[in-house]
Design a protein around this ligand. Structure first.
Ligand SMILES: *[C@@H]1O[C@H](CO)[C@@H](O)[C@H](O)[C@H]1NC(C)=O
Ligand SMILES: *[C@@H]1O[C@H](CO)[C@@H](O)[C@H](O)[C@H]1NC(C)=O
Ligand SMILES: *[C@@H]1O[C@H](CO)[C@@H](O)[C@H](O)[C@H]1NC(C)=O
Ligand SMILES: *[C@@H]1O[C@H](CO)[C@@H](O)[C@H](O)[C@H]1NC(C)=O
Ligand SMILES: *[C@@H]1O[C@H](CO)[C@@H](O)[C@H](O)[C@H]1NC(C)=O
Ligand SMILES: *[C@@H]1O[C@H](CO)[C@@H](O)[C@H](O)[C@H]1NC(C)=O
Length: 554
């Protein structure tokens, strides 16, 4: 039997489609960002590739702590247990493997040759095994791609790349680099053509306008994505490479791409998506808005500004639903380093998971890791946490479940499903905000854990009729709307200070299947105190005083 060329092509195309996930396939996902070296320790099934493996992983020492691609597999149940269905792993390609004035390349970002894998993390076979294990579980793999610069220890390179000692680099001609200058971060041209690093460790800026560099990288990424069945790419140093380069590169990649455009300017970051340079960016401006509204101390800033940020995201990005929403990452302070109160963190997480975008959880967020106001301290090993099923882990599991089921059931309010509707602020004060998004109304605040006598937040019109049974999808408690569909949330009961809520009608909650049989706990009508709260409210301890630290944006 003979196949027609067309049939073969169609078969090849559909085969490719299985592995090459698009922006549309990613928008419903929930991403977990991890550093391979720090996420999971070597084990019987995942032999160490770095010897010796240190007894304790000291982030300040800046050396390899032993995690590998195979050791990630050991913890996939842990990730799926909190509803994660995609991982973004640190760069997989060869790094300089020497001691530098900034210690070792355990993080993987000092790539000097993308044609080789990083032997510290395993073999080609190991990476393939990880990816096939992920795909068996219907999880996606996103690989971090670092092509902007090449580290060198040749001091002369700090002056120019002309004396190039290739240090194992694939770029063997000085013309493949921009002439030496150190980046002036206030000047975008400088960001694109000048060098990261300093005289101690220059990172030579690859000349991504050079035709040979362009064609080499474009065909390389096509081959890499195909060979390893990669589902998505995170583009390191997104704003340090001209957009025209990215347009060709992301097309050649043929999978979902999201870039690190480390900038707080909404329209500047949105341009990378709107002009077609890449499918998505990580939402640095939204990160700033969430940290400002819910970070640090209770009531420090004005929550209504967060509502402004949510509408800016909707009006600025062409496709706000694929922007990455994160609270922390490997370059920034851990959210809990700058925010002691766990209920503030809970509110920030509800924002991270339920507004438009793809939630991106940085490893350790689920374990409330608080060490690290900047790197290297925010890159600690996860294993001392024992991968516990604690409160924050369970909250992430619930938020993922709620979001997933809102998406898959497609339930609607007023003809709008959760994914199609834009978050709309329906009530706001300097400390509280309520959004309607499709079938849910969710409320956030920055009041913090302590209960406040007499404190309430009123929503005049939820959109539901009066006397509607509604359920908080986070606690599974049931409430009844007041006249005109109003709600008044009370923060005066011990254990109920500052909690976020995600309401759906009792009928929709049943369809969503995220609550068992909810217990009616009373009426939250305007000015009514919630007298019938259950006797064992969610326990929300108040931690010690917060360290007042700011994120270091390099
Ligand atoms: C975590 O604990 C909760 C509460 O006991 C339980 O319902 C859930 O299944 C646990 N999750 C995992 C992954 O073990
Ligand atoms: C911006 O940086 C570029 C590249 O270094 C330089 O040529 C240009 O003069 C700089 N512009 C300003 C305004 O400093
Ligand atoms: C933000 O970015 C836009 C687009 O690049 C630019 O026109 C504008 O001047 C920037 N705003 C600030 C405050 O830098
Ligand atoms: C909070 O911010 C909003 C604008 O987002 C402003 O209208 C309001 O006056 C601010 N309130 C306080 C108390 O700062
Ligand atoms: C924040 O991180 C720094 C190290 O980067 C650490 O010294 C400090 O104790 C941390 N603060 C908290 C509250 O964990
Ligand atoms: C609460 O009661 C006061 C005084 O009776 C009234 O002015 C206010 O409008 C009420 N709040 C709501 C949200 O109905």
């Amino acid at each position: 039997m003979r196949f027609s060329a067309t049939a073969l092509l169609a078969a090849a195309a559909s085969l490719h489609a299985v592995n090459a996930a698009t922006a549309d396939q990613w928008r419903s996902r929930s991403i977990y960002q991890l550093l391979t070296d720090r996420f999971a320790p070597p084990s019987d099934t995942a032999p160490a590739r770095t010897n010796p493996v240190p007894q304790t992983c000291d982030p300040q020492a800046g050396t390899w702590c032993g995690g590998t691609w195979l050791s990630i597999i050991d913890k996939l149940d842990y990730l799926q247990g909190m509803g994660i269905d995609a991982i973004w792993i640190s760069p997989v390609h060869q790094n300089i493997d020497v001691h530098t004035p900034y210690n070792y390349a355990y993080h993987g970002y000092w790539v000097n040759d993308v044609t080789q894998l990083n032997a510290r993390f395993g073999s080609e076979q190991d990476l393939e095994t990880l990816i096939s294990e992920l795909h068996k579980r219907d999880m996606y793999i996103m690989v971090d791609i670092a092509i902007n610069s090449i580290p060198t220890l040749n001091q002369n390179d700090a002056v120019s790349a002309d004396s190039l000692s290739t240090d194992g680099s694939m770029w063997t001609d000085p013309a493949y680099f921009h002439p030496q200058c150190w980046i002036d971060f206030s000047n975008q041209t400088s960001c694109e053509v000048c060098w990261f690093g300093d005289a101690n460790l220059p990172l030579m800026d690859v000349n991504t306008e050079h035709p040979h560099v362009i064609s080499t990288l474009n065909s390389w990424i096509t081959d890499f994505v195909t060979k390893y069945k990669i589902d998505g790419l995170r583009l390191d140093a997104g704003k340090h490479i001209p957009g025209e380069f990215w347009s060709g590169f992301t097309k050649a990649a043929g999978v979902f791409t999201t870039g690190e455009v480390f900038d707080g300017n909404w329209s500047f970051t949105a341009d990378y998506q709107n002009k077609g340079f890449m499918d998505s960016v990580l939402g640095f401006p939204m990160n700033g808005a969430i940290v400002k509204a819910f970070g640090d101390q209770p009531k420090k800033n004005n929550v209504s500004d967060f509502g402004v940020a949510v509408s800016l995201a909707l009006s600025t990005y062409k496709d706000p639903r694929v922007i990455g929403n994160f609270l922390e990452n490997h370059d920034m302070a851990r959210f809990r380093n700058i925010t002691a109160d766990p209920v503030l963190a809970y509110n920030a997480m509800v924002a991270q998971f339920l507004i438009e975008g793809i939630p991106v959880t940085y490893y350790g967020q689920e374990q409330d890791l608080s060490d690290g106001n900047h790197d290297p301290y925010n890159r600690q090993a996860l294993w001392p946490s024992n991968y516990e099923n604690g409160t924050t882990y369970q909250r992430i599991a619930r938020l993922n479940l709620v979001r997933k089921n809102l998406i898959t059931t497609g339930i609607q309010f007023d003809g709008k499903a959760y994914m199609d509707d834009d978050s709309k602020a329906i009530a706001v004060t300097p400390t509280d905000i309520a959004f309607r998004k499709g079938p849910i109304v969710f409320t956030l605040n920055n009041r913090g854990s302590p209960e406040e006598a007499g404190a309430t937040f009123g929503i005049q019109a939820t959109g539901w009729p009066s006397q509607t049974a509604i359920i908080d999808l986070l606690s599974c408690h049931q409430f009844i709307t007041g006249s005109g569909g109003s709600l008044s949330i009370s923060y005066s009961q011990p254990g109920y200070g500052g909690l976020p809520y995600v309401f759906a009608t009792a009928a929709d909650a049943k369809t969503l299947g995220v609550c068992g049989r909810p217990t009616p706990v009373g009426v939250l009508a305007p000015n009514a105190t919630n007298a019938a709260l259950p006797s064992s409210p969610m326990s929300v301890g108040l931690m010690g005083a917060a360290a007042l630290l700011t994120a270091s944006l390099f």
